[in-house]
Design a protein around this ligand. Structure first.
Ligand SMILES: [Zn+2]
Ligand SMILES: [Zn+2]
Length: 312
């Protein structure tokens, strides 16, 4: 009997089962909540929902594969450059302190990685896919180019590993980054959900859908609320925007293709937002009229003649 069971096939089936169960759990939690406490009236099967589902499967399968090598390299180089006392100190902390420290350093790493994705043009070419959603719901959380996802995951994981929270330094496995990653994954679905829940004053301490919906606004102010779970980081770095109301429209002004393959190819295609902007700028600069060079004396004579003409 054993010869008929292919271990690779079993592993693939287990992966499919894990992905299906996770999606079912997320749907069981968020579909009823979005029906009961919707921020905006909208259908479950909105435009692009199938593409977001494809991102869910694709990113779940390939991102972990591409993370291990860069994480290993980054951890090694960061740990070499930090004083050894930091690593020793971290491993002696109680569990709750290591969790809190892990959350803060991963959030700082995520904040700056995310902010760079909005300010460096070639990184925005990848991140624009996530922002192209025109309606917000929990599945928008999955909508991300794999390169964008790997980059932001690296930015949040590397600082944790660098100071010895799990991974190479402790030799105890990576349970703190795993716990934080699972919490971040669930919170990501919550932040994107079509929910009108706000936490009052607590909203400055822990992020809400309202906080992240403003990050996705179409009409501005744009480039606000970069944090994932700790909005006070945006307050410290001057990017917090938390009005009482929610945005009316979501998405980006630049054109993003409708199909999955075209979206995946967008950053390396001639339609990439950074290339289009560059072309527009070059065209604009060449179209500017060439003004004649004129000295101050010539200008004074010219003005004098205008005044004389006006006086007539
Ligand atoms: Zn963003
Ligand atoms: Zn988002």
């Amino acid at each position: 009997m054993e010869q008929f069971v292919d271990p690779k096939m079993l592993a693939s089936l287990a992966e499919v089962y894990r992905l299906t169960m996770r999606l079912t759990l997320v749907c069981v939690v968020f579909v009823p909540l979005e029906r009961l406490f919707a921020a905006h009236p909208q259908r479950i099967f909105r435009k692009q929902i199938l593409i977001d589902l494809a991102y869910y499967v694709m990113n779940s399968l390939i991102v972990a594969m591409f993370l291990s090598v860069p994480i290993g390299l980054m951890t090694w180089s960061l740990q070499k450059s930090l004083p050894a006392t930091i690593l020793t100190l971290t491993t002696t902390l109680p569990v709750w302190a290591r969790l809190c420290l892990g959350l803060v350093v991963s959030e700082v790493g995520y904040y700056w990685g995310h902010r760079l994705s909005h300010t460096i043009p070639w990184l925005w070419d990848y991140h624009v896919i996530h922002h192209s959603a025109e309606q917000m719901d929990f599945m928008v959380n999955t909508r991300a180019h794999p390169v964008d996802l790997v980059f932001t995951r690296l930015c949040s994981l590397a600082p944790q590993y660098a100071i010895g929270l799990g991974g190479l330094a402790t030799g105890e496995g990576s349970w703190i980054p795993i716990v934080l990653a699972l919490f971040g994954l669930f919170w990501g679905y919550f932040l994107h959900a079509n929910l009108r829940w706000r936490f009052g004053l607590l909203e400055r301490a822990i992020s809400t859908p309202g906080f992240h919906h403003w990050h996705h606004t179409l009409n501005g102010p744009i480039n606000k609320n970069y944090a994932s779970t700790l909005p006070w980081l945006d307050w410290i770095f001057g990017t917090l925007h938390l009005p009482k109301e929610l945005p009316d429209h979501y998405g980006v002004s630049s054109a993003v293709p409708d199909t999955l393959l075209a979206q995946l190819a967008l950053p390396v295609s001639p339609s990439a937002p950074s290339l289009r902007r560059l072309k527009r700028t070059t065209k604009h600069e060449t179209a500017l009229p060439q003004l004649p060079k004129i000295t101050v004396d010539e200008l004074a004579t010219e003005v004098d003649s205008w005044q004389k003409n006006d006086a007539r």
